[in-house]
Design a protein around this ligand. Structure first.
Ligand SMILES: NC(=O)c1ccc[n+]([C@@H]2O[C@H](COP(=O)([O-])OP(=O)(O)OC[C@H]3O[C@@H](n4cnc5c(N)ncnc54)[C@H](OP(=O)(O)O)[C@@H]3O)[C@@H](O)[C@H]2O)c1
Length: 234
């Protein structure tokens, strides 16, 4: 079984790569930082900055050159950005968030489908923020809702591949370290919920969440290709 995962250096992507490698899968992954322990365990890795649409695509195509089929592609890498009001968010920062969370997934998918390579299933890691539009979640909400539509559009073009945008629930990763370290602020209401969830079972660590998702991925094939689902509602 061959799998590609973006964002393998930390959090959920690291957990997914670690568990799949332990299961004996052939795992390909990218991120800017190198997860040395996973590379030592056989991860096929390339250091790629997903914000760099000039050099990124050719480096990614080199990584997967010679692979004819992927059983599963997990578009996991993502940038949260800072929690603040829209008017305080710079266009440069919003553009970079879109570049990483949306447009890189376009060129990753285009490289994956090049050279008549086939892909059985694509899961894009989305977020409840793609639906909620909570104050302060500016570029992250915008980008995750655009990601859901990107996945739906690819699903309409590629009937041989099953696509899902999946909100994975809360995960205790670097993103949550940042969110839960912010001071309480009545403008940004979800912060209270996140602070209360940290350290409890509703915010598992990356590896625990990865194990749950690995059980869920085959079940996603039962829902319509291109749909968005929240793991908490399955
Ligand atoms: N944590 C949560 O509660 C939560 C909830 C809902 C959805 N999600 C989603 O879950 C996914 C994983 O997030 P996480 O919580 O595991 O966060 P994380 O620990 O911050 O991991 C993010 C991963 O994305 C990679 N990445 C970020 N920017 C990149 C760039 N420019 N180029 C290449 N790789 C880049 C990082 O690698 P490098 O820094 O090494 O490049 C890292 O491996 C994201 O899509 C996130 O939106 C998380």
């Amino acid at each position: 079984m061959k799998i590609f995962i973006s964002g393998v250096s930390s959090g959920l992507g690291y957990g997914l790569a670690k568990v799949y490698l332990a299961m004996g899968y052939e795992v390909y992954g990218c991120s800017r930082r190198k997860p040395k322990d996973l590379v030592d365990q056989g991860l096929h890795f390339a250091a790629i900055d997903l914000a760099d649409s000039m050099a990124g695509p050719s480096n990614f195509c080199k990584l997967i050159n010679g692979v004819l089929h992927f059983d599963l592609v997990i578009l996991n890498a993502g940038k949260l950005g800072q929690i603040r009001d829209m008017e305080e968010a710079s266009l440069g920062d919003l553009r970079e968030t879109m570049e990483i969370n949306v447009w890189s997934n376009k060129w990753l998918l285009d490289c994956l489908f090049a050279d008549e390579r086939s892909v059985e299933q694509v899961v894009a890691i989305s977020s409840g923020a793609s639906q909620s539009g909570s104050r302060g979640w500016n570029g992250y909400s915008l980008s995750k809702s655009a990601l859901n539509m990107l996945i739906k559009l690819y699903a309409g073009e590629r009937s041989q591949t099953h696509f899902t945008s999946l909100a994975p629930g809360l995960i205790d990763t670097a993103m949550q370290d940042y969110l839960t370290s912010l001071p309480q602020d009545p403008r940004y209401k979800p912060l209270d919920i996140l602070k209360a969830a940290k350290g409890t079972e509703i915010m598992p660590d990356g590896e625990t969440c990865a194990r749950r998702l690995i059980e869920v991925f085959p079940k996603l094939l039962q829902i319509e290709s291109g749909d968005y689902v929240d793991i908490r509602k399955l």
